[in-house]
Design a protein around this ligand. Structure first.
Ligand code: F6P
Length: 489
């Protein structure tokens, strides 16, 4: 990655994602307080911050209808290099409907939802139309802010039409698109009515990135089978247009977690937690309350473990942080009810007046407290049914330098391909296997735990979000279609 050379001006990078990396709160009439949220994308761009002048384009996460309010918010956001896309009129059908009710389950191998033909506002067609409209609203904002030579990096399944819309507007714009979720087998993607349009549109980009080799090859095979295009491990050629497809596994900012664990406040919280759970081993779960995270499967595995291991019943506790998410999508409400039912049943069966086997919290927790929880846990239990990467596993490892706890990880999380060497891998659908993995993790000798932790800690340290962002942007920056074609892929 290098400077563009002209008058010392830095090359610009437009990062486009459904959600801006800020949380906005109204503090009065036309006044807002804004806070940057240090998630994966923000960390990912740390590595290119010196070389590129980055601007963010996305939905600000709040409903704003009034023009004066929009204006005030846009001005405040501009100070944080953020440009808002106001989606109010299409938001429900676009975000709750097509993005999270249709694409999300398909991408995670869960199939299409049953269509409700009684409600004309909620048909697949109306949601699809809203999705396209929202993508056009993003396009309009990008066109207004684009300067010649800008690189455009589009993120995720919310914006699959944007590469094509942008190229139709200006074929010279260099565009990268990264999918943060898995890409499914062609047999699953084939069921989507608009499958060809979505694939063709994504192929309009220059560089497509996926977390794992499996997701990238599912994508290539899906393109070959549905569109009949040529594909190899280098990329895809469609009607003479070459698109590079490559693997970029995301990571975290490990130092943020390592440093937090050394803070006096966090050490105090660790002491309190250890006292609270004295005499017990702590199994930890941290997930968004999403059906893909397999929280019911986790509880069923834990229930089986308690059933079969009477001697462990008073000596272990499962702390589950279930962060509320996408509450307006019916499937998310269903999984919440199911999870609550299981917590009640298991605590009813195995609890006593003084102790409960599951501590379930429907909320997010403060960053420092989260680090304290990661640091004192003996076992981290991740049972995703399918997951893009699962950075919670990385965060746990970053906080475990002292304890050397054990990661039990679903083989269906992208992270299984990077942390598989140090983790105990499980099929989350197999309750017996989950139960045995819990037992193995709780009984694992220190020497073995140290060995496994070392491998994973080294990986988490070196494969950071910063490296991920740097690798993707370097490849996009230097990408040349003619060079790729000359390789005769
Ligand atoms: O993994 C996909 C993803 O969209 C992430 O980019 C994001 O952090 C997470 O899901 C939560 O998404 P939402 O914006 O819907 O809360």
């Amino acid at each position: 990655v290098s400077y563009d050379g002209s008058c010392g001006k830095r090359q610009r990078l437009l990062v486009v994602a459904n959600r801006l990396p800020v949380s906005a709160k109204r503090t009065g009439e036309n006044t807002w307080s804004l806070e940057m949220s240090p998630g994966g994308l923000v960390s990912g761009l740390l590595g290119v911050a010196d070389e590129f002048e980055t601007k963010w384009v996305g939905w600000p996460g709040v409903d704003v209808y009034d023009a004066a309010e929009k204006n005030a918010l846009s001005k405040s956001l501009a100070e944080m290099k953020c440009i808002p896309v106001f989606l109010e009129e299409v938001f429900d059908q676009y975000y709750n409907g097509y993005c999270n009710g249709v694409l999300w389950p398909i991408l995670h191998h869960m199939g299409l939802p049953q269509e409700d033909h009684n409600d004309t506002n909620k048909t697949l067609q109306t949601q699809y139309d809203a999705y396209k409209k929202a993508n056009r609203m993003f396009l309009d904002v990008i066109i207004e802010n684009y300067e010649e030579g800008d690189l455009v990096w589009i993120h995720d399944y919310h914006l699959m039409f944007l590469p094509q819309y942008l190229k139709e507007h200006n074929n010279k714009i260099k565009i990268g698109w990264f999918l943060h979720s898995p890409f499914p087998s062609s047999e699953v993607f084939k069921t989507l009515p608009s499958r060809s349009e979505l694939l063709r549109s994504v192929l309009a980009a220059d560089l497509l990135g996926f977390h794992t080799y499996d997701f990238a090859s599912h994508f290539e095979r899906t393109c070959t089978r549905i569109l009949g295009v040529e594909g190899t491990h280098e990329g895809i050629v469609d009607h003479g247009k070459a698109t590079r497809v490559a693997v970029f596994p995301i990571g975290i900012d490990p130092n943020r977690f390592i440093k937090a664990c050394a803070l006096p406040e966090v050490r105090q919280q660790m002491t309190e937690l250890k006292e609270r759970f004295a005499g017990k081993k702590v199994i930890l779960g941290v997930d968004r309350l999403d059906m893909i995270k397999g929280i019911p499967q986790k509880f069923l595995g834990f229930e089986k473990f308690l059933e079969e291991n009477m001697d462990w019943r008073d000596k272990v506790v499962l702390v589950q942080i279930a962060v509320p998410t996408r509450n307006n999508v019916p499937e998310y409400r269903k999984v919440k009810t199911q999870v609550h039912g299981l917590v009640g049943r298991i605590n009813g069966r195995f609890g006593s007046v003084s102790s409960l086997p599951i501590h379930h919290l429907d909320c997010s927790v403060d960053f420092n407290f989260l680090c304290a929880l990661y640091a004192i846990a003996d076992v981290m239990l991740v049972t995703s049914l399918r997951d893009g990467m699962n950075l919670v596993s990385y965060e746990f490892i970053a906080c475990q330098e002292a304890k050397k706890g054990v990661l039990v990880l679903s083989e269906f999380a992208g992270a299984a391909q990077s942390l598989g060497a140090g983790a105990i891998l499980v099929n989350p659908w197999d309750v017996t296997e989950v139960s045995s993995a819990i037992k193995e993790a709780l009984n694992m000798p220190l020497e073995e735990r140290e060995k496994r932790h070392r491998v994973n800690f080294q990986y988490v340290k070196t494969h950071s979000a910063k490296k991920w962002g740097n690798d993707f942007i370097s490849e996009l920056h230097t990408f040349s279609e003619s060079e790729m074609k000359s390789k005769k892929i």
